[in-house]
Design a protein around this ligand. Structure first.
Ligand code: GDP
Length: 430
Protein backbone atom coordinates (compact mmCIF):
# COMPACT_ATOMS: atom_id res chain seq x y z
CA UNK A 1 0.00 0.00 0.00
CA UNK A 2 1.30 3.49 -0.69
CA UNK A 3 2.68 5.82 1.93
CA UNK A 4 2.16 9.54 1.66
CA UNK A 5 4.13 12.55 2.85
CA UNK A 6 2.21 15.80 3.32
CA UNK A 7 4.27 18.99 3.24
CA UNK A 8 3.68 22.72 3.20
CA UNK A 9 4.81 24.38 -0.03
CA UNK A 10 5.11 27.92 1.30
CA UNK A 11 6.19 29.37 4.67
CA UNK A 12 3.96 27.14 6.79
CA UNK A 13 0.38 27.71 7.99
CA UNK A 14 -0.98 26.39 4.69
CA UNK A 15 -3.79 24.52 6.43
CA UNK A 16 -1.97 21.19 6.53
CA UNK A 17 -3.82 20.19 9.68
CA UNK A 18 -7.19 19.91 7.99
CA UNK A 19 -5.85 17.99 4.98
CA UNK A 20 -3.86 15.60 7.14
CA UNK A 21 -6.96 15.06 9.22
CA UNK A 22 -8.96 14.18 6.10
CA UNK A 23 -6.33 11.81 4.77
CA UNK A 24 -5.82 10.12 8.11
CA UNK A 25 -8.93 8.05 7.40
CA UNK A 26 -6.91 6.14 4.81
CA UNK A 27 -3.82 5.63 6.96
CA UNK A 28 -3.06 3.30 9.82
CA UNK A 29 -0.17 5.39 11.14
CA UNK A 30 0.43 9.14 11.21
CA UNK A 31 4.00 10.20 11.80
CA UNK A 32 5.62 13.53 12.61
CA UNK A 33 9.23 13.65 11.50
CA UNK A 34 10.56 17.16 12.24
CA UNK A 35 9.89 20.39 14.07
CA UNK A 36 8.64 20.84 17.57
CA UNK A 37 5.74 22.47 19.32
CA UNK A 38 6.10 25.52 17.09
CA UNK A 39 3.88 23.81 14.54
CA UNK A 40 0.34 24.44 15.68
CA UNK A 41 -2.31 22.79 13.55
CA UNK A 42 -5.83 24.05 13.97
CA UNK A 43 -8.64 21.63 13.31
CA UNK A 44 -12.37 22.06 13.40
CA UNK A 45 -14.12 18.75 13.99
CA UNK A 46 -17.80 18.51 14.76
CA UNK A 47 -17.88 22.26 15.39
CA UNK A 48 -15.16 21.93 18.05
CA UNK A 49 -11.81 23.61 17.62
CA UNK A 50 -8.67 21.65 18.44
CA UNK A 51 -5.17 23.08 18.39
CA UNK A 52 -2.21 20.71 18.32
CA UNK A 53 1.38 21.75 18.63
CA UNK A 54 3.00 18.38 18.94
CA UNK A 55 0.62 15.43 18.77
CA UNK A 56 -0.38 14.48 15.22
CA UNK A 57 -3.99 15.42 14.59
CA UNK A 58 -4.65 11.77 13.74
CA UNK A 59 -5.14 11.30 17.47
CA UNK A 60 -8.77 12.36 16.96
CA UNK A 61 -9.37 9.24 14.86
CA UNK A 62 -10.01 5.97 16.67
CA UNK A 63 -7.82 3.07 15.57
CA UNK A 64 -4.89 5.18 14.32
CA UNK A 65 -1.39 5.12 15.71
CA UNK A 66 0.30 8.53 15.93
CA UNK A 67 4.07 8.58 16.11
CA UNK A 68 6.54 11.27 17.07
CA UNK A 69 9.70 10.46 15.15
CA UNK A 70 13.32 10.92 16.11
CA UNK A 71 13.54 14.05 13.94
CA UNK A 72 11.14 15.95 16.19
CA UNK A 73 12.26 17.98 19.20
CA UNK A 74 9.87 17.29 22.02
CA UNK A 75 8.96 19.39 25.03
CA UNK A 76 7.61 16.78 27.48
CA UNK A 77 5.70 19.39 29.46
CA UNK A 78 3.86 20.50 26.33
CA UNK A 79 3.19 16.92 25.28
CA UNK A 80 1.76 15.98 28.68
CA UNK A 81 -0.37 19.14 28.60
CA UNK A 82 -1.79 18.25 25.17
CA UNK A 83 -2.45 14.70 26.34
CA UNK A 84 -4.31 15.96 29.41
CA UNK A 85 -6.43 18.36 27.36
CA UNK A 86 -7.36 15.59 24.96
CA UNK A 87 -8.29 13.26 27.79
CA UNK A 88 -10.39 16.02 29.36
CA UNK A 89 -12.33 16.24 26.09
CA UNK A 90 -12.91 12.52 26.01
CA UNK A 91 -10.14 11.47 23.59
CA UNK A 92 -8.24 8.46 24.92
CA UNK A 93 -4.44 8.77 24.70
CA UNK A 94 -2.10 5.89 25.45
CA UNK A 95 0.41 3.47 23.89
CA UNK A 96 -2.30 2.10 21.60
CA UNK A 97 -2.55 5.42 19.75
CA UNK A 98 0.55 7.49 20.58
CA UNK A 99 4.19 6.42 20.36
CA UNK A 100 7.37 8.45 20.78
CA UNK A 101 10.77 7.54 19.43
CA UNK A 102 13.36 6.82 22.10
CA UNK A 103 15.74 8.86 19.95
CA UNK A 104 13.61 12.01 19.95
CA UNK A 105 15.50 15.01 21.30
CA UNK A 106 14.06 16.62 24.42
CA UNK A 107 13.58 20.37 24.72
CA UNK A 108 15.03 21.34 28.08
CA UNK A 109 14.23 24.43 30.19
CA UNK A 110 17.60 25.95 29.28
CA UNK A 111 16.70 25.68 25.58
CA UNK A 112 13.63 27.80 26.12
CA UNK A 113 15.46 30.36 28.22
CA UNK A 114 18.33 30.61 25.75
CA UNK A 115 15.91 30.97 22.83
CA UNK A 116 14.08 33.85 24.47
CA UNK A 117 17.19 35.59 25.80
CA UNK A 118 18.90 35.44 22.40
CA UNK A 119 15.84 36.75 20.58
CA UNK A 120 15.75 39.66 23.04
CA UNK A 121 19.45 40.32 22.53
CA UNK A 122 18.99 40.39 18.73
CA UNK A 123 16.62 43.34 19.03
CA UNK A 124 15.51 44.51 15.59
CA UNK A 125 17.43 41.72 13.86
CA UNK A 126 15.37 39.00 15.51
CA UNK A 127 14.52 35.81 13.59
CA UNK A 128 10.97 35.71 14.95
CA UNK A 129 11.34 32.34 16.68
CA UNK A 130 8.46 31.20 18.85
CA UNK A 131 10.77 31.18 21.89
CA UNK A 132 9.99 27.56 22.68
CA UNK A 133 13.57 26.34 22.68
CA UNK A 134 13.33 24.53 19.37
CA UNK A 135 16.39 26.08 17.71
CA UNK A 136 18.69 25.63 20.72
CA UNK A 137 17.51 22.02 21.06
CA UNK A 138 18.42 21.26 17.44
CA UNK A 139 21.78 22.98 18.00
CA UNK A 140 22.49 20.62 20.88
CA UNK A 141 21.44 17.64 18.80
CA UNK A 142 24.01 18.49 16.15
CA UNK A 143 26.49 19.51 18.85
CA UNK A 144 26.11 15.97 20.27
CA UNK A 145 25.05 17.19 23.68
CA UNK A 146 21.31 16.64 23.35
CA UNK A 147 19.10 14.84 25.85
CA UNK A 148 16.93 12.22 24.17
CA UNK A 149 13.74 10.55 25.35
CA UNK A 150 15.69 7.42 26.27
CA UNK A 151 17.84 9.51 28.63
CA UNK A 152 14.81 10.57 30.66
CA UNK A 153 14.26 6.90 31.45
CA UNK A 154 17.74 6.40 32.88
CA UNK A 155 18.28 8.36 36.08
CA UNK A 156 22.04 7.89 36.49
CA UNK A 157 22.78 8.58 32.83
CA UNK A 158 20.52 11.64 32.76
CA UNK A 159 22.12 13.08 35.90
CA UNK A 160 25.61 12.63 34.46
CA UNK A 161 24.69 14.26 31.13
CA UNK A 162 22.98 17.16 32.82
CA UNK A 163 25.97 17.70 35.10
CA UNK A 164 28.18 17.91 32.03
CA UNK A 165 25.90 20.19 29.99
CA UNK A 166 24.60 22.65 32.59
CA UNK A 167 27.78 24.59 33.39
CA UNK A 168 28.11 25.67 29.75
CA UNK A 169 24.42 26.62 29.51
CA UNK A 170 24.62 28.56 32.75
CA UNK A 171 27.75 30.35 31.61
CA UNK A 172 25.97 31.47 28.45
CA UNK A 173 22.80 32.45 30.27
CA UNK A 174 24.49 34.36 33.06
CA UNK A 175 27.65 35.80 31.57
CA UNK A 176 26.64 36.37 27.98
CA UNK A 177 22.89 36.93 28.06
CA UNK A 178 22.46 38.34 31.56
CA UNK A 179 19.77 35.82 32.46
CA UNK A 180 19.12 33.38 35.32
CA UNK A 181 21.08 30.10 35.61
CA UNK A 182 19.58 26.68 36.47
CA UNK A 183 20.47 24.27 39.26
CA UNK A 184 20.77 20.61 38.36
CA UNK A 185 18.21 19.60 40.96
CA UNK A 186 15.49 21.92 39.68
CA UNK A 187 15.63 20.16 36.30
CA UNK A 188 16.49 16.59 37.23
CA UNK A 189 13.49 15.42 39.24
CA UNK A 190 10.70 17.08 37.19
CA UNK A 191 12.18 15.66 33.98
CA UNK A 192 12.63 12.19 35.45
CA UNK A 193 9.03 12.36 36.59
CA UNK A 194 7.86 13.32 33.10
CA UNK A 195 10.01 10.48 31.75
CA UNK A 196 8.19 8.07 34.08
CA UNK A 197 4.83 9.30 32.84
CA UNK A 198 5.82 9.05 29.18
CA UNK A 199 7.70 5.74 29.46
CA UNK A 200 4.79 3.57 28.21
CA UNK A 201 4.76 5.55 24.94
CA UNK A 202 8.49 5.46 24.25
CA UNK A 203 9.60 2.92 21.67
CA UNK A 204 11.63 2.33 18.50
CA UNK A 205 9.39 4.10 15.96
CA UNK A 206 11.50 2.94 13.02
CA UNK A 207 10.75 -0.68 13.91
CA UNK A 208 7.03 0.11 14.25
CA UNK A 209 7.08 1.59 10.76
CA UNK A 210 8.90 -1.44 9.37
CA UNK A 211 6.21 -3.66 10.83
CA UNK A 212 3.48 -1.47 9.36
CA UNK A 213 5.14 -1.63 5.94
CA UNK A 214 5.37 -5.41 6.21
CA UNK A 215 1.67 -5.61 7.04
CA UNK A 216 0.88 -3.44 4.03
CA UNK A 217 -0.62 -0.62 6.10
CA UNK A 218 -0.69 2.96 4.84
CA UNK A 219 1.55 5.47 6.59
CA UNK A 220 0.97 9.21 6.50
CA UNK A 221 3.96 11.44 7.21
CA UNK A 222 2.84 14.81 8.49
CA UNK A 223 5.25 17.66 7.78
CA UNK A 224 5.31 20.76 9.95
CA UNK A 225 6.11 24.32 8.82
CA UNK A 226 6.77 24.68 5.09
CA UNK A 227 9.34 24.19 2.36
CA UNK A 228 10.61 27.77 2.44
CA UNK A 229 11.28 27.52 6.16
CA UNK A 230 13.64 24.60 5.51
CA UNK A 231 17.02 25.14 7.14
CA UNK A 232 18.80 24.15 3.89
CA UNK A 233 16.40 25.16 1.14
CA UNK A 234 14.43 28.00 2.71
CA UNK A 235 14.94 31.74 2.95
CA UNK A 236 17.91 31.39 5.28
CA UNK A 237 18.31 32.67 8.00
CA UNK A 238 14.58 33.40 8.35
CA UNK A 239 13.90 29.69 8.55
CA UNK A 240 13.15 27.00 11.07
CA UNK A 241 15.90 24.80 12.48
CA UNK A 242 14.79 21.55 10.84
CA UNK A 243 14.07 20.22 7.32
CA UNK A 244 10.36 20.39 6.48
CA UNK A 245 10.98 18.99 2.96
CA UNK A 246 9.66 15.53 2.16
CA UNK A 247 13.05 13.79 2.08
CA UNK A 248 13.42 14.60 5.75
CA UNK A 249 10.67 12.06 6.51
CA UNK A 250 13.23 9.29 5.91
CA UNK A 251 15.74 10.68 8.37
CA UNK A 252 13.25 11.96 10.91
CA UNK A 253 11.18 8.79 11.15
CA UNK A 254 13.72 6.10 10.34
CA UNK A 255 12.42 4.73 7.04
CA UNK A 256 14.05 4.24 3.64
CA UNK A 257 13.18 6.43 0.62
CA UNK A 258 11.66 3.53 -1.32
CA UNK A 259 8.80 3.58 1.19
CA UNK A 260 7.75 7.16 0.44
CA UNK A 261 5.48 6.70 -2.54
CA UNK A 262 3.52 9.92 -2.82
CA UNK A 263 4.11 13.51 -1.77
CA UNK A 264 1.22 15.94 -1.42
CA UNK A 265 2.05 19.65 -1.30
CA UNK A 266 -0.35 21.95 0.51
CA UNK A 267 -0.73 25.31 -1.22
CA UNK A 268 -2.66 28.12 0.39
CA UNK A 269 -4.49 30.11 -2.31
CA UNK A 270 -2.42 33.13 -1.23
CA UNK A 271 0.88 33.55 0.58
CA UNK A 272 1.57 34.27 4.24
CA UNK A 273 4.69 34.72 6.34
CA UNK A 274 5.32 35.17 10.02
CA UNK A 275 8.31 37.17 11.15
CA UNK A 276 11.01 38.80 9.07
CA UNK A 277 12.46 38.20 5.62
CA UNK A 278 11.74 39.38 2.07
CA UNK A 279 8.30 38.54 0.69
CA UNK A 280 7.91 39.57 -2.98
CA UNK A 281 4.11 39.28 -3.30
CA UNK A 282 3.28 40.87 0.07
CA UNK A 283 0.26 43.20 -0.01
CA UNK A 284 0.58 46.05 2.46
CA UNK A 285 -2.83 47.41 1.50
CA UNK A 286 -6.56 46.67 1.66
CA UNK A 287 -5.99 43.33 -0.12
CA UNK A 288 -3.55 42.35 2.63
CA UNK A 289 -6.13 43.32 5.26
CA UNK A 290 -8.81 41.29 3.44
CA UNK A 291 -6.55 38.21 3.45
CA UNK A 292 -5.69 38.62 7.15
CA UNK A 293 -9.30 39.15 8.17
CA UNK A 294 -11.09 36.65 5.93
CA UNK A 295 -8.32 34.08 6.30
CA UNK A 296 -7.98 34.67 10.07
CA UNK A 297 -4.24 34.92 9.58
CA UNK A 298 -3.03 34.98 13.14
CA UNK A 299 -0.56 32.36 14.40
CA UNK A 300 -2.19 29.50 16.30
CA UNK A 301 0.90 29.22 18.50
CA UNK A 302 1.83 32.87 18.98
CA UNK A 303 -1.26 34.87 17.98
CA UNK A 304 0.96 37.04 15.74
CA UNK A 305 -0.63 38.68 12.70
CA UNK A 306 0.75 37.07 9.55
CA UNK A 307 2.02 39.04 6.58
CA UNK A 308 -0.18 38.28 3.56
CA UNK A 309 0.10 38.54 -0.23
CA UNK A 310 -0.86 36.98 -3.55
CA UNK A 311 -0.07 33.38 -4.43
CA UNK A 312 3.54 33.13 -5.54
CA UNK A 313 4.03 30.32 -8.05
CA UNK A 314 7.81 30.73 -8.00
CA UNK A 315 7.60 29.63 -4.38
CA UNK A 316 5.26 26.76 -5.23
CA UNK A 317 7.36 25.53 -8.15
CA UNK A 318 10.41 25.43 -5.89
CA UNK A 319 8.37 23.25 -3.55
CA UNK A 320 7.36 20.96 -6.42
CA UNK A 321 11.03 20.36 -7.19
CA UNK A 322 12.43 20.21 -3.66
CA UNK A 323 9.81 17.77 -2.42
CA UNK A 324 9.15 15.78 -5.58
CA UNK A 325 5.46 16.58 -5.26
CA UNK A 326 3.04 14.13 -6.83
CA UNK A 327 -0.06 16.19 -6.11
CA UNK A 328 -1.35 19.52 -4.83
CA UNK A 329 -4.01 20.45 -2.31
CA UNK A 330 -5.19 24.04 -2.47
CA UNK A 331 -6.57 25.44 0.76
CA UNK A 332 -8.49 28.56 1.81
CA UNK A 333 -9.72 29.19 -1.70
CA UNK A 334 -12.87 30.74 -0.19
CA UNK A 335 -10.72 33.58 1.20
CA UNK A 336 -10.17 34.87 -2.36
CA UNK A 337 -13.92 35.21 -2.97
CA UNK A 338 -14.87 38.84 -3.89
CA UNK A 339 -11.31 39.82 -4.85
CA UNK A 340 -11.18 40.88 -8.49
CA UNK A 341 -8.86 40.37 -10.23
CA UNK A 342 -7.07 37.52 -8.50
CA UNK A 343 -3.35 37.75 -9.10
CA UNK A 344 -0.80 34.99 -9.55
CA UNK A 345 2.91 35.68 -9.42
CA UNK A 346 4.36 33.60 -12.27
CA UNK A 347 7.99 34.77 -12.15
CA UNK A 348 10.19 37.50 -10.69
CA UNK A 349 11.95 40.38 -12.28
CA UNK A 350 15.34 41.30 -10.92
CA UNK A 351 17.79 43.77 -12.44
CA UNK A 352 15.62 43.95 -15.58
CA UNK A 353 15.72 40.17 -16.10
CA UNK A 354 13.05 37.50 -15.67
CA UNK A 355 13.82 34.91 -13.03
CA UNK A 356 11.98 31.60 -12.51
CA UNK A 357 13.69 30.32 -9.36
CA UNK A 358 14.29 31.68 -5.88
CA UNK A 359 17.68 33.30 -5.38
CA UNK A 360 19.89 31.93 -2.60
CA UNK A 361 20.43 35.25 -0.89
CA UNK A 362 17.92 37.43 0.88
CA UNK A 363 19.60 40.43 -0.61
CA UNK A 364 18.74 39.28 -4.12
CA UNK A 365 15.27 38.11 -3.11
CA UNK A 366 14.56 41.53 -1.65
CA UNK A 367 15.28 43.02 -5.09
CA UNK A 368 12.87 40.62 -6.86
CA UNK A 369 9.59 42.13 -7.95
CA UNK A 370 6.70 39.88 -8.91
CA UNK A 371 5.52 39.42 -12.48
CA UNK A 372 1.77 38.99 -12.10
CA UNK A 373 -0.82 37.31 -14.24
CA UNK A 374 -4.29 38.71 -13.49
CA UNK A 375 -7.27 36.40 -13.66
CA UNK A 376 -10.95 37.26 -13.27
CA UNK A 377 -12.25 36.89 -9.71
CA UNK A 378 -15.57 35.45 -8.52
CA UNK A 379 -18.21 36.73 -6.11
CA UNK A 380 -20.23 33.56 -5.54
CA UNK A 381 -19.95 31.89 -2.14
CA UNK A 382 -18.05 28.67 -2.85
CA UNK A 383 -18.06 27.19 0.64
CA UNK A 384 -21.03 24.97 -0.10
CA UNK A 385 -19.55 23.54 -3.32
CA UNK A 386 -18.50 19.89 -3.20
CA UNK A 387 -17.79 19.11 -6.86
CA UNK A 388 -15.20 20.78 -9.05
CA UNK A 389 -17.67 21.25 -11.91
CA UNK A 390 -20.00 23.20 -9.61
CA UNK A 391 -17.40 25.91 -8.94
CA UNK A 392 -17.82 29.23 -10.79
CA UNK A 393 -16.03 29.26 -14.16
CA UNK A 394 -13.55 31.90 -12.95
CA UNK A 395 -12.65 29.79 -9.91
CA UNK A 396 -12.05 26.75 -12.10
CA UNK A 397 -9.86 28.77 -14.48
CA UNK A 398 -7.81 30.03 -11.55
CA UNK A 399 -7.31 26.51 -10.20
CA UNK A 400 -6.42 25.06 -13.60
CA UNK A 401 -3.88 27.82 -14.12
CA UNK A 402 -2.25 27.09 -10.74
CA UNK A 403 -2.12 23.42 -11.64
CA UNK A 404 -0.59 24.20 -15.03
CA UNK A 405 2.07 26.49 -13.57
CA UNK A 406 2.94 23.92 -10.89
CA UNK A 407 3.03 21.05 -13.39
CA UNK A 408 1.50 18.70 -10.80
CA UNK A 409 -2.09 17.42 -10.61
CA UNK A 410 -4.51 19.26 -8.37
CA UNK A 411 -5.97 16.63 -6.04
CA UNK A 412 -7.83 18.48 -3.28
CA UNK A 413 -9.48 21.88 -3.00
CA UNK A 414 -10.45 23.19 0.42
CA UNK A 415 -13.23 25.79 0.48
CA UNK A 416 -13.69 26.20 4.23
CA UNK A 417 -12.22 25.13 7.56
CA UNK A 418 -14.57 22.22 8.22
CA UNK A 419 -13.73 18.67 7.21
CA UNK A 420 -16.58 18.44 4.71
CA UNK A 421 -15.83 21.81 3.06
CA UNK A 422 -13.62 19.97 0.61
CA UNK A 423 -13.60 19.06 -3.06
CA UNK A 424 -11.76 15.81 -3.75
CA UNK A 425 -10.52 15.52 -7.33
CA UNK A 426 -8.07 12.65 -6.92
CA UNK A 427 -7.04 10.50 -4.00
CA UNK A 428 -3.46 11.49 -3.04
CA UNK A 429 -2.81 7.92 -1.84
CA UNK A 430 -3.81 6.42 -5.21
P1 GDP B 1 -1.35 24.45 9.40
O1 GDP B 1 -0.35 24.55 10.49
O2 GDP B 1 -0.70 24.30 8.06
O3 GDP B 1 -2.42 23.43 9.66
O4 GDP B 1 -2.07 25.82 9.32
P2 GDP B 1 -2.96 26.61 10.38
O5 GDP B 1 -3.01 25.95 11.70
O6 GDP B 1 -2.59 28.02 10.29
O7 GDP B 1 -4.39 26.33 9.79
C1 GDP B 1 -4.98 27.09 8.96
C2 GDP B 1 -6.25 27.72 9.51
O8 GDP B 1 -7.11 27.86 8.43
C3 GDP B 1 -7.03 26.93 10.53
O9 GDP B 1 -7.68 27.83 11.39
C4 GDP B 1 -8.06 26.17 9.70
O10 GDP B 1 -9.25 25.88 10.39
C5 GDP B 1 -8.31 27.13 8.62
N1 GDP B 1 -8.59 26.52 7.30
C6 GDP B 1 -8.08 25.38 6.76
N2 GDP B 1 -8.56 25.21 5.52
C7 GDP B 1 -9.38 26.26 5.27
C8 GDP B 1 -10.15 26.67 4.15
O11 GDP B 1 -10.16 26.02 3.10
N3 GDP B 1 -10.82 27.84 4.26
C9 GDP B 1 -10.81 28.61 5.38
N4 GDP B 1 -11.51 29.73 5.41
N5 GDP B 1 -10.10 28.26 6.46
C10 GDP B 1 -9.39 27.10 6.41
Amino acid sequence: MPNLVVVGTQWGDEGKGKIVDLLTEQARMVVRFQGGNNAGHTLVVGGEKFIFHLIPSGILHPGKVCCIGNGVVLDPEVLLGEMERLVARGVAVGPENLRISERTQVIMPYHRRLDQARERARGDGKIGTTGRGIGPCYEDKIGRRGIRMADLLDEAGFRAKLAEILPEKNFLLEKFLGDQPFTLEEILEPYLEMGRRLRPLVTNVSVLLEEAVRRGENILFEGAQGTHLDIDHGTYPFVTSSNPVAGSACVGAGIGPQHLHRVLGIVKAYTTRVGGGPFPTECRDAIGDHLVECGVEFGSTTGRRRRCGWLDMVVVREAVRLNGLTGLAITKLDVLTTLDPVRLCVAYEVDGRRRETMPATLEELSRCTPIFEDLPGWREDIRGVRRFEDLPAATRSYLRRVEELAGVPLQIVSVGPARDETIMLQNPFA
